[in-house]
Each structure stands twice: as structure tokens, then as C-alpha cells.
Design a protein. Structure first.
Length: 139
């Protein structure tokens, strides 16, 4: 809608629909990122890197939305559709990997039998973060 029309009302409608689809992804991805990184230092670093990457979007947009491309901005829209597509495939890959890793850890836990988490293991969790055998990823 944004690139397909020069009519302002259609472009505004496309902008609203794009915002409705994209803005909820910010808190969802923040929650998914923070829930899938064990250990406070590692989690804080991961969240900071995600915010840093998100802030780069404004810098990129200032270089791909050029006044010479107005009013349809085909180049800018195409580049951002490419970024959204890459994000979609990376999310699909990551959720698949998390499912497979959880299944592998569930199988190992089943073979080991039910055990209580000891204080030593809790200390180990602080060091190994999400690499401990009982950590499960959110899918």
C-alpha cells in the first residue's frame, strides 16, 4: 500500500497497518530475548545488544528514505521489507533451534531421572547461565 500508490489516504492506511504489525514486535522480542538468556550479566548484555540493533533502524532509515525517491520510496520500502524478512527467518530458525534444544535436554533429564536442584547447582547456574542442563528455552 505504501509503495503501490501515490494517493496520500492509501499511504496513511498502509502506514497504520504497518505500525499495527510492527510495533507489538518490540516488547515481544524483548520478552523472548530476556527469557531465553540465562544469567543476569549475559541477559543484560543480550538486551543491550538488542536495543542497540533496534536503534540502528533509525540510522538506516535516514539513509534509505531519500527525498529523490518521494512519494513512493520504493528503495526504502524494499530495503526495510528485506530486513523484516530476514528477521522473520531468523525468528523461525531460532524458535526451531529452541524446540530441538529443549527436546534434547528433556531427553537427557528423563534418562538421568528426577533430581532436586542443590545449592551447588544454583551457584553453577550463575556461572553457566543457560548452559545448565535444567534451563529450558521459551518458544
Amino acid at each position: 500500500m505504501l509503495a503501490g500508490s501515490v494517493k496520500a489516504s492509501i499511504q496513511y492506511t498502509g502506514t497504520v497497518l504497518a505500525a499495527i504489525g510492527i510495533y507489538p514486535q518490540i516488547p515481544l522480542s524483548m520478552a523472548w530475548n530476556s527469557g531465553n538468556i540465562g544469567g543476569s550479566l549475559k541477559r543484560g548484555t543480550g538486551i543491550a545488544m538488542q536495543v542497540m540493533g533496534g536503534n540502528c533502524g533509525g540510522i538506516i532509515a535516514s539513509y534509505v528514505y531519500l527525498t529523490r525517491d518521494a512519494p513512493r520510496f520504493i528503495t526504502g520500502h524494499s530495503i526495510l521489507i528485506g530486513f523484516v524478512s530476514v528477521a522473520f527467518f531468523l525468528t523461525f530458525f531460532m524458535s526451531t533451534w529452541c524446540r530441538l534444544e529443549n527436546a534434547k535436554r528433556d531427553k537427557a533429564a528423563l534418562e538421568a531421572g528426577a533430581q532436586e536442584v542443590t545449592e551447588e547447582q544454583k551457584v553453577l547456574e550463575r556461572e553457566l547461565a543457560d548452559n545448565v542442563p535444567w534451563f529450558r528455552y521459551t518458544v
